[in-house]
Design a protein around this ligand. Sequence first.
Ligand code: 5GP
Ligand code: 5GP
Ligand code: 5GP
Length: 208
Amino acid sequence: AASSSEDFDFFYFVQQWPGSYCDTQKSCCYPTSGKPAADFGIHGLWPNYKDGTYPSNCDDTKPFDSSTISDLVSSMKRNWPTLACPSGSGEAFWEHEWEKHGTCSQSVINQHEYFQTSLGLKQKTNLLGALTKAGINPDGNSYSLESIRGSIKGSTGFTPWIECNRDGSGNSQLYQVYLCVDRSASGLIECPVFPHGKCGAQIEFPSF
Ligand code: 5GP
Ligand code: 5GP
Ligand code: 5GP
């Protein structure tokens, strides 16, 4: 049986827009493999409870082990790039996500499945495709939050949560997109609870 700390209700699958990580007052650093593609990148797959709380750092006996994901590393570099400074390969980011969040999902998925599932979800949700098909492009213009949410809902079938941050001039911009995944990690669901935070009614979609 799962320990109580592993007994979560659903996952948030969180993707970040690199342009919005990089244009804030803090800047960013490209990974050692070079500037990532102008696409959403994975931030993490986060077990959550339906009351809005979440478990973290559930199992320090299962450290990140890159040898278990050697078949996934080239795809991870493209789809889960790190933008934190100083520049890194991505391993430190993946290790952090596994140890903080992934270790809490082990009643359902192991380390290889944690990363493989995340890569599959990114492929399947194709956020940039959903947005650009609706005429919402990463061009520094502002778009209504409603049109952004609507295009992602129309394309994935599920209601996203949009997290905003502020660019260097203080404008609200599209930073992260949250979608929910059922606890067996088999597919998207409507979110049982949304995170908190506020965007403007119109938000910027910066270039990268
Ligand atoms: P922040 O405070 O920047 O929103 O979040 C910091 C970190 O806390 C996130 O990167 C993530 O690891 C964790 N976190 C924040 N909000 C949530 C949440 O609603 N659910 C889960 N599972 N983790 C969260
Ligand atoms: P969280 O706890 O917020 O899930 O994870 C964020 C941690 O991962 C922070 O320590 C942050 O410095 C690190 N990190 C490394 N690369 C990235 C990145 O590209 N985006 C974000 N949001 N955090 C990153
Ligand atoms: P409603 O849920 O009634 O559309 O919006 C309630 C409040 O949440 C409004 O202030 C709206 O700007 C904000 N809001 C709606 N959708 C999102 C979203 O996806 N992300 C964030 N951060 N705020 C949202």
